[in-house]
Design a protein. Structure first.
Lengths: 245, 70
């Protein structure tokens, strides 16, 4: 079986399983908090409209721009959850393809298959790169909390991900003092520059709710990456087997 | 200068055996990079698209993964 096909097969299978499990975990962890936050979000919008009827049109326009009130959105309940399952599975498959690419390059270089334990380590690296590092500057946000413009946050997010993965790569694979120092500096760099943020944030969101959300996101993400790393490596070792037999 | 038939066979064998190994390794790297790009593309569309429809469909997942949303 060609390498590409082995990677895709293992990623789709592992991504499907992890996507389903993580959706279940989110139903207990993050989703109830998102739904609670939307109550505050809607209350704040109504308050704005009631307090300033002259500006109601303006506020309404703003809401439409931000949340796409005119655009299609899934109905609450089953439909919304089905799209969540789909998006979770696709995200898991996407990240699995990324991990599996590394597994394939590594096992090609060492001549040995990747063990599930090594896969778990790679998964934890993914957790550090994609959750911990960007989350330091841009903590997981609930809907309805005012934030800096989307594009600027996405650019900073991507910068933090690139710098952290390059930094970890230097530390783990170069094994020299200068490379280790450069790696640590690289990991710190986006945080020293600082993530984009608003100067004044006014919100009716209780801070305890925001804090609970940060914990819930971090824990579900830990489950996601641990499972994805170990399951993807296991599946890839199986499908890539003929190369080692 | 004429080489012995055995030496000639050896030269041919080494050519025959080494070339596929080299291309095989390049192929593995290229295929891995292709899969990784595909993965990043999928995550990019699901988690970072500015299109309202994709945003609304993947809304809860974006928030749950702490991707910048809204």
């Amino acid at each position: 079986m060609s390498t590409f096909r082995s990677i895709v097969f293992s990623s789709v299978i592992a991504g499907f399983i992890v996507g389903l499990i993580v959706t279940a975990a989110q139903q207990f962890g993050t989703v109830p908090l998102i739904l609670k936050a939307e109550v505050y979000e809607k209350a704040a919008e109504h308050k704005h409209e009631a307090a300033a009827p002259a500006q109601a049109i303006l506020v309404h326009d703003h809401a439409e721009h931000d949340h796409g009130a005119e655009a299609w959105e899934p109905r609450d309940g089953l439909e919304r959850n089905l799209y969540t399952v789909g998006a979770n599975i696709l995200t898991a498959i996407g990240f699995a393809l990324l991990l599996c690419g590394f597994f394939s390059v590594r096992s090609g270089a060492t001549g040995e298959p990747i063990s599930w334990h090594e896969g778990l380590m790679w998964g934890l690296a993914g957790f550090a790169v994609f959750t911990i590092a960007p989350g330091l500057g841009l903590p997981p946000e609930l809907p309805g909390v005012p934030t800096a413009p989307l594009l600027s946050r996405q650019i900073w997010w991507a910068t933090a991900v690139l710098a952290t993965s390059a930094g970890l790569g230097l530390i783990v694979f170069r094994r020299s003092m200068p490379a280790a120092i450069a790696g640590v500096v690289l990991i710190m760099l986006p945080h020293l520059i600082g993530a984009p943020e608003l100067e004044h944030v006014e919100t009716n969101m209780p801070s305890s709710l925001s804090h609970q959300f940060v914990v819930a996101v971090t824990l579900t993400s830990l489950v996601f990456w641990s499972l994805l790393g170990s399951l993807t490596s296991g599946a890839f070792a199986y499908f890539d087997r003929p190369a080692w037999a | 200068m004429s080489q012995s038939p055995a030496a000639q066979t050896q030269v041919m064998q080494s050519q025959v055996t080494h070339l596929p190994v080299a291309t095989g390794r390049v192929g593995r790297l290229a295929q891995s990079l292709m899969a990784m790009s595909l993965g990043l593309f999928i995550v990019g569309v699901v988690g970072f698209s500015h299109m309202d429809v994709i945003h609304n469909a993947a809304h809860d997942v974006r928030h749950s993964n702490a991707f910048p949303c809204h």
